[in-house]
Design a protein around this ligand. Structure first.
Ligand code: PLP
Length: 486
């Protein structure tokens, strides 16, 4: 249980006159601030800052830092988000003075090392994607989607095919897919999934035409299934003159095993903060590098990193480019971590990452389905979706109740109510870095939770400082200012 002290605000700990340090009287000649500043520029009263001793401050912030769950403190099976362990050596590398002390306005000639690292990273991503041209600029996966769709729009305009204004999106897609399409100026058309979660090929055939610009697909998809019709899908879309966009958020399942460029994708993004172990959550920062086919390269954002006989430089003069999508070169700190991760595992190690991620997910699936139905089969890729629809019908317990109760058991909840195609969805992604003991403990917790009285579950979580906030309001109207209760 949480120490009550942990939840007290620093203002409540304040006592008049209490200080962390007392300095001896100054022997430097004093001056009055009012001698320097014009009348009215100074506050009459000093600001009402908390007056506390040093241990109060240290305990306050240390305790606050433990109120949230994190990958470093808890198992975090948040499906689709790939909350894998963040190796500390990557953090150290990203914190080296040669990385953090770079100034974005430095001349190219003084940042050759960083340009080389980023250029090499582009090569690794191109190799993993099977798509040759790369931009590291986008700041998140969703931003990568937007950037690639802007690239596609520029390509079609240039090719005299401005009538291609439609983006097709399966109904199981992440919400960012249709949102990015709309922001890039396209109309979206939803393609239904079949009962097994794969794309309804007949419906796709009936919807593609001369207005089709792009078909966006997440493969493996959000149900943790690899859509094996990929070849036919690509044939249908390409025959109609459209492009295939692969949402690469689930690359953790297929690193070095299958390459999107080989199974039909023309463009894709990576989520380095997911697949390549960058710390994430709480809003970032992430990155969303994109890889595209060679005929789309001229439209990529500027500046491009180019290698010359004498070194690396940034090239701005690209007449067909969509321009900049992010200041400077992107979120370099995340990209350095991805570089370290890829170099650490290498070409032999990355497929092992994916095999372990898939093995862990299947182990969890095999054990969990004895307690909660998994509607889309007994095998998965790196994640799967269980459903609480039956327990809801039988006992009135929802996916949200189970998710909230898991917090009391010391587990971060899975993703719930996504994808929308599964009722009472609980999307579980263990990642490759969890031990069998952790996976067993998680299933044991769910088993126990399902035996608890419904009232207990509806009241959960019982051990957290904040119980069940209105999540929409908390996101839209966060209260970040403390007001004393008088
Ligand atoms: C996470 C995710 C995204 C969006 O990526 P961000 O980096 O969060 O912007 C898109 N699609 C899928 C399937 C995802 O899981």
């Amino acid at each position: 249980m949480r120490n009550r002290q942990a939840t007290r605000l620093i203002f409540e700990l304040s006592r008049p006159g209490r200080r962390a340090h007392r300095l001896p009287p100054s022997d430097v000649p004093q001056f009055e601030l009012s001698d320097i500043y014009p009348p009215g520029a100074l506050n009459a009263q000093p600001p009402a800052l908390p007056e506390v001793a040093e241990p109060d401050v240290v305990r306050h912030f240390t305790n606050l830092s433990t109120l949230n769950m994190s990958v470093d403190t808890h198992f975090y099976p948040l499906g689709s988000c790939t909350m894998k362990y963040n190796p500390k050596r990557n953090e150290n590398a990203a914190g080296l003075p040669g990385v953090v002390d770079l100034h974005p306005w430095q001349d190219d000639s003084t940042v050759q090392g960083m340009l080389e690292l980023l250029f090499e990273l582009q090569g690794y991503l191109a190799e993993i994607a099977g798509l040759p041209a790369v931009s590291l600029q986008p700041a998140a996966g969703a931003h990568g989607e937007l950037t690639a769709l802007m690239v596609a729009a520029a390509y079609f305009r240039d090719a005299g095919q401005a009538e291609r204004t439609t983006v097709l999106v399966p109904d199981s897609a992440h919400g960012t897919n249709p949102a990015s399409a709309r922001m890039a100026g396209f109309r979206t058309v939803t393609i239904a999934s079949r009962a097994d979660g794969t794309v309804d090929l007949d419906q796709l055939k009936s919807r593609v035409d001369h207005t089709t610009a792009v078909f966006m697909i997440t493969n493996p998809n959000t149900l943790g299934k690899f859509d094996a019709q990929m070849e036919q899908i690509a044939e249908v879309v390409h025959a109609a003159g459209g492009l295939i966009y692969l949402d690469g958020a689930n690359m953790n399942a297929i690193l070095g095993i299958a390459r999107p460029g080989d199974f039909g994708a023309d463009m894709m993004h990576f989520n380095p903060h997911k697949t390549f172990s960058g710390p994430h959550g709480g809003g970032g920062p992430g990155a969303g590098p994109i890889c595209v086919r060679d005929f789309l390269e001229p439209y990529l954002p500027i500046p491009r990193i180019v290698r010359t006989a004498t070194g690396y430089r940034l090239q701005e003069n690209e007449p067909k480019s969509i321009g900049r999508v992010r200041s400077f070169l992107g979120n370099i700190g995340v990209l350095v971590r991805a570089y370290c991760y890829i170099r650490t595992y290498g070409g032999d190690g990355l497929p092992e990452v994916s095999r372990h991620a898939v093995l862990n997910a299947n182990y969890l699936l095999a054990r969990l389905r004895r307690h909660l139905p998994v509607p889309h089969g007994d095998r998965c890729m790196h994640e799967f979706v269980a459903s609480a629809a039956q327990v809801k019908k039988a006992r009135g317990i929802t996916a949200m109740d189970i998710a909230k109760r898991l917090l009391d058991y010391g587990f971060h909840a899975p993703t719930v109510y996504f994808p929308l195609t599964v009722p009472e969805a609980m999307m579980i992604e263990p990642t490759e870095t969890e031990s069998r003991e952790t996976l067993d403990a998680f299933v044991d917790a769910i088993e126990q939770i399902l035996q608890e009285p419904a009232e207990t579950l509806r009241a959960a979580p019982l051990s957290t400082v904040i119980r069940r906030p209105d999540e929409v309001r908390a996101a839209r109207q966060p209260i970040v200012k403390w007001t004393p209760s008088t």
